[in-house]
Design a protein around this ligand. Structure first.
Ligand SMILES: [Zn+2]
Ligand SMILES: [Zn+2]
Length: 191
């Protein structure tokens, strides 16, 4: 007998209730103005495999607040709720430093101080600088970006002089062309 198809759907916990709870408990409600959170929170699609989550702000962020927290669906979907809470809380510290303190900082003194307070105030979860969740796939070392089509591809080793094949095909009759040279960046394992 076949199982009911709905049973196979992976259900992700809704993030907003957890966000509001963490905001009340650890950020004096400062990440909410009125009843609106000042940073959007969402699950990623299936491609965010190198990191458990991230915070970002800028004109390219597609959210009414210009800032968002994205948690990785592939990394977190099979982990316990404490992993979701600790990742969300980690990113909320970044949002709090950026939007409330107005300070430019990654994992500096403000981050570490707030993390220590949160970790000592409860034992449901622990926030850390780097996570040690199992990644669903081997983390590639390099991301190569085509300057023309902006496509990202991941590599475990850096190939100097490599050009974007699809752009060389499309624009230069399949011949290598310097304008399609890929630029390499290291893939950050922190989150
Ligand atoms: Zn290209
Ligand atoms: Zn971080």
């Amino acid at each position: 007998m076949k199982g009911h198809p709905l049973i196979k759907l992976m259900s992700l916990v809704p993030l907003l209730p957890i966000f509001h709870k963490l905001n009340r408990e650890n950020f004096d409600n400062s990440l909410v103005k009125g009843s609106q959170s000042i940073v959007s929170v969402r699950w990623s699609d299936g491609r965010l495999r190198n990191t458990a989550g991230f915070y970002q702000r800028g004109p390219r962020v597609n959210s009414p607040y210009g800032s968002e927290i994205v948690l990785s669906r592939p990394v977190l979907k099979n982990l316990p709720q404490s992993a979701v809470e600790s990742t969300l809380c980690h990113e909320m510290i970044h949002a709090w430093i950026d939007l409330v303190l107005g300070v430019k900082e990654a994992h500096g003194p403000n981050f570490r101080a707030r993390m220590a307070v949160i970790n000592s105030s409860q034992d449901r979860f622990q926030v850390s600088i780097r996570h040690n969740f199992p990644l669903p796939k081997k983390t590639p070392k390099w991301v190569a970006i085509c300057p023309i089509c902006e496509r990202n591809s991941f590599y475990n080793r850096l190939v100097r002089g490599a050009a974007c094949k699809s752009c060389c095909d499309k624009l230069h009759d399949g011949k290598w062309h310097a304008s399609c040279l890929l630029t390499y960046h290291t893939v950050s394992k922190e989150y």
